[in-house]
Design a protein around this ligand. Structure first.
Ligand code: NI
Length: 187
């Protein structure tokens, strides 16, 4: 089932999300719906706050970003109750976008290497190191479960330039190719 994606301005996007336990109702279906919603919007990651749930869950699929023959370097994974343990390497810029903030893209500096602890969909514990594009997407989605948006990490000048556009998006004055829910306007 394709879910509505909550747009910039929705309070849930600014909340620190909560851990969940094994008894979380219909978690399997939720994860499946999040993948479906992400693919429908041509995304490479989606965090639960973006579909209105303030829980520490996000899905990532970077396999689709990899060049032909290098698909194995990508990951397709659900991260539950994730905690970043360590960030390493140089901070590098990379142009990001976000399904909750259509039409805005911008360079964000992030460390190249992330070590992260998380549970998979079977609640099995993992402690893994990711690099490159995987580390990039994971850090972006991880920010979502901490209530942080990439636009807050843009350079001051760029932030100034997008200020008015963000105000319009907040009011739902933006076109997206997928279903969204804004504070003042559902559709
Ligand atoms: Ni995002």
């Amino acid at each position: 089932m394709i879910l509505s994606i909550y747009g910039y301005g929705q309070p849930v996007l600014k909340k620190m999300a909560d851990d969940i336990d094994k008894d979380y109702p219909e978690l399997g279906a939720l994860i499946e719906n999040m993948y479906e919603t992400m693919y429908n919007a041509s995304g490479v990651g989606l965090a639960a706050p973006q579909i209105g749930k303030s829980i520490r869950l996000f899905v990532v699929d970077t396999v689709q970003m990899m060049e032909e023959g290098k698909e194995a370097e990508g990951i397709k994974k659900a991260f539950i109750n994730a905690q970043i343990v360590e960030l390493n390497g140089d901070e590098v810029p990379y142009e990001e976008g976000c399904l909750s903030i259509p039409d805005i893209r911008g360079d964000v500096d992030r460390p190249e290497i992330v070590r992260i602890k998380y549970l998979d969909e079977d609640f099995k514990e993992h402690d893994d190191i990711f690099t490159g594009v995987n580390a990039r997407v994971i850090q972006h989605e991880y920010d979502h479960i901490d209530g942080v948006l990439f636009v807050e990490k843009l350079k001051p000048l760029k932030r100034q330039l997008i200020k008015r556009k963000l105000e319009s998006i907040k009011k739902g004055k933006v076109r997206a190719e997928y279903k969204m829910k804004f504070v003042g306007k559902g559709r």
